[in-house]
Write a protein that binds this ligand. Sequence first.
Ligand code: ADP
Ligand code: MG
Length: 238
Amino acid sequence: MSTIALKNLSKKFGQVEVFSNLDLTIRSGEFVAFLGPSGCGKSTLLRMIAGLEGVDAGEINIGDRRVDTLPPGARGVAMVFQHYALYPHMTIAENVAFGLRNIGTEEAEIDRRVAEAAEMLEIGALLDRRPAQLSGGQRQRVAIARALVKKPDAFLFDEPLSNLDAALRLRTRIELAQLHKRTRATTIFVTHDQVEAMTLADRIVVMREMKIEQIGAPMEVYNRPASDFVASFVGSPP
Ligand code: ADP
Ligand code: MG
């Protein structure tokens, strides 16, 4: 578990500055949601933290390490995407173990961690199957297990529930909440769904047009929205 601290971050796409002097601190063990409409910069901000997108100025610190110059694999974060790309030719067990094998983890340790993650995400019975034999919800749980086995300092979720139908969304949302209770891992959860953000997060970061509009606990933001935009987005009473 680690703090994630963004200090004075600036970012350009070509000549256009899309983030300027952005500061944000996520506490160790906290579950934070980035909430905002499509195109407001949620994924870009998450990808900057993960190292999939560079920064032009400022610092990203995870725990006591400055990571903004490190490659994605060295930052101690695990990302889960909306499109959970599993390897179709590998079994579920192999998919979950893949990242660990890649970094030379001992087989006994891999087995232990895969079993532990499979238990937490209730995919133990699926380990010998292949992705094509799984439902969307099962695949997403495998993608989460694959992140979990890395024992990252932080989880970065980019709309992980968006591809699921309504019932599965709800169920997976509850599972994510339970998982966070068990691991207490620092988590950033990107969503455009207010209900998801309000029910899961300790604090929500409301974004609009590449800017942070408001940061606060869900009920604080709901009861005291900082702008008309926030009020209408989180559905505050007039
Ligand atoms: P969100 O995840 O909130 O829907 P994104 O972070 O994906 O938003 O995108 C924010 C804005 O940045 C959009 O206008 C998008 O078109 C733009 N953008 C994202 N990536 C790039 C890129 N690599 N080059 C130029 N513009 C980009
Ligand atoms: Mg996005």
